[in-house]
Design a protein around this ligand. Structure first.
Ligand code: DC
Length: 221
């Protein structure tokens, strides 16, 4: 691949598997725009819950989604979703959202609603002069960008993942979320065929970033 072409890196995995820290590190090293799609599901969950819309298909959900006007704001290397000019804040990482987000993320209408928007982030990255995109989530390498230049699937021991969240001071329903995310019908969490599985349990963040960097170096060499 020539040095000046645009690359797409897809990083999937369960809750607290190390996706965000790895994506941030890679985005800085290679001037890629970082997109955290988990924040999209969190922000839409907050909005739908705020409007009193239950996590079930139907008219209320369709109307609720139609009322959400999506945009993007870019700060440094990170792109953030905006919803009707609201930029998500720490409230999307509250315990209440952790407990409910997987039920909303399992709704086919919500996934369909966010599909095109997620793909459009490649154009946002190009328009903002980035050399590529690193997008993290659950179905990036399987559904959103199945042809991504690099598709990674991160895993880590349950204890290590719990320790990471405790260090961040966040109460999370890691296992419950993974269970719902893996068993849903639409775009379940699973390592897509052909993706590279990376176990981060015994690796420092720097070691994970170095490992991924070697893969990217090979791609752009
Ligand atoms: O990455 P995260 O833990 O912030 O994601 C929050 C939830 O959003 C996660 O439990 C499942 C859902 N999600 C998803 O279904 N698909 C994605 N691409 C990203 C997140």
């Amino acid at each position: 691949m020539p040095n000046d072409s645009f690359i797409i890196v897809a990083i999937d995995g369960g809750a607290a598997a190390g996706k965000s820290s790895t994506s941030r590190g890679i985005s800085e090293r290679y001037c890629l725009m970082h997109v955290d799609t988990g924040s999209f599901y969190r922000a839409t969950t907050l909005k739908l819950m705020g409007a009193g819309i239950a996590p079930e298909e139907g008219d209320a959900l369709s109307k609720g989604l139609a009322a959400l006007d999506l945009g993007t704001s870019v700060t440094g290397n990170a792109a953030s979703i905006t919803i009707s000019n609201w930029t998500p804040d720490a409230s999307i990482r509250s315990q209440k959202i952790n407990e409910n987000v997987s039920r909303y993320a399992a709704l086919p209408s919500l996934r369909e609603f966010l599909l095109k928007y997620q793909r459009s982030q490649a154009d946002v990255a190009k328009a903002n002069g980035f050399k590529g995109l690193v997008m993290e989530g659950r179905d990036i390498g399987s559904v959103i960008f199945p042809d991504a230049d690099l598709r990674l699937f991160l895993v880590a021991d349950p204890e290590k993942r719990a320790q990471r969240r405790a260090k961040e001071g966040i109460q999370d329903s890691i296992q419950a979320r993974d269970r719902i995310d893996s068993s849903r019908k639409t775009a379940p969490l699973k390592c897509p065929e052909g993706a590279t599985l990376l176990d981060t349990s015994d690796l420092s963040l720097d070691a994970v970033i170095d490992t991924v960097s070697k893969m990217i170096d090979k791609l752009i060499a």
